[in-house]
Write a protein that binds this ligand. Structure first.
Ligand code: CMP
Ligand code: CMP
Length: 293
């Protein structure tokens, strides 16, 4: 999974995405209209990552719709056609549930609405009624969805970039020790190339050093190790050595917790596999996960 993420991060460049607005739609505007539109769109998150040319195309495609007090701009249950940005005016939001319509909120001269039906391809989820004369800017769903696609690919790229930024690489010579059993842990490793040998010394009544080390695993490209001590807050359960030249991606403990938090459960589940393996090898689970040991 991690290698997949890293390869994607390296290969993916949002600038290379198909970022053309395709069919260019132009609704001519006066200077005053264009200024008002620009002001209304300033805080729309979706438009924030567009470059000036793309933004200009979006503004060209938007059209002004004047509304009267009492007018329904959107009806719940209808098809999604446009996304709307408020230019001016006040609007109530009604949601009908079990046949009863209830006002659930309102907009006061700013904001936007009508994105849900476009994003999820569902019927309109609410009715929007103007409570004063006003104006909204409409954007057809085709262009709205294009912006959404560009926004999510940029967002994805930034997240991947963040991951790449906190990962360092280290090269180990043949036989070099990467992790020492019993040491305190401060990082996590992913094998980028070469092979890593994991060995463990049986924990006996006598000094651990008296017992010979047994090879318990080998890891190659795409596999990770050194997570156990970070997950259990215990010293390193085993040692790791380079077999031939090894290149590892290394992530410090803070980055590990922050970025791989969502993978923590998967890693915890793996502890049971380790324990099973140790019971088979040593006749005991070596207390690798027991914090009181
Ligand atoms: P959409 O479903 O396309 O059309 C109605 C819009 O009302 C919806 O998108 C939202 O933008 C907006 N809205 C605001 N509040 C709510 C709400 N509580 N439930 C559903 N839609 C809401
Ligand atoms: P950690 O304890 O941080 O450092 C040694 C690593 O060896 C450990 O994390 C695991 O990633 C890895 N390892 C592989 N097999 C086992 C096992 N059976 N028991 C414990 N650790 C193992």
């Amino acid at each position: 999974f991690l290698i997949f993420v890293l390869v994607c991060a390296e290969a993916f460049n949002p600038d290379e995405e198909d970022d053309d607005m395709e069919s260019r739609i132009i609704h001519p505007k006066t200077d005053d209209q264009r200024n008002r539109l620009q002001e209304a769109c300033r805080d729309i998150l979706l438009f924030k990552n567009l470059d000036p040319e793309q933004m200009s195309q979006v503004l060209d495609a938007m059209f002004e719709k004047l509304v009267e007090g009492g007018e329904h701009v959107i009806d719940q249950g209808g098809d999604g056609d446009n996304f709307y940005v408020i230019d001016r005016g006040t609007y109530d939001i009604y949601v009908r549930c079990d046949g009863i319509g209830r006002c659930v909120g309102n907009y006061d001269n700013r904001g936007s609405f009508g994105e849900l039906a476009l994003m999820y391809n569902t019927p309109r989820a609410a009715t929007i009624i103007a409570t004063s004369p006003g104006a909204v800017w409409g954007l057809v769903s085709e262009i709205y969805l294009k912006c959404l696609k560009m926004y999510s690919s940029t967002y994805r790229y930034l997240k991947l970039q963040k991951l790449v930024d906190v990962i360092g690489t280290k090269i180990y010579k043949d036989g070099e020790q990467i992790i020492a059993q019993g040491d305190m842990a401060d990082c996590f490793f992913i094998v980028e190339s070469g092979e890593v040998r994991i060995t463990m010394k049986r924990k006996g009544k006598q000094d651990v050093e008296d017992n010979g080390a047994v090879e318990i695993a080998r890891y190659s490209r795409g596999q990770y190790f050194g997570e156990l001590a970070l997950v259990t807050n215990k010293p390193r359960a085993a040692s790791a050595f380079a077999l031939g030249t090894v290149k590892c991606l290394v992530m410090d403990v803070q980055a590990f917790e922050r970025l791989l938090g969502p993978c923590m459960e998967i890693m915890k589940r793996n502890i049971a596999n380790y324990e099973e393996q140790l019971v088979a090898l040593f006749g005991t689970n070596m207390d690798i996960a027991d914090p009181t040991a």
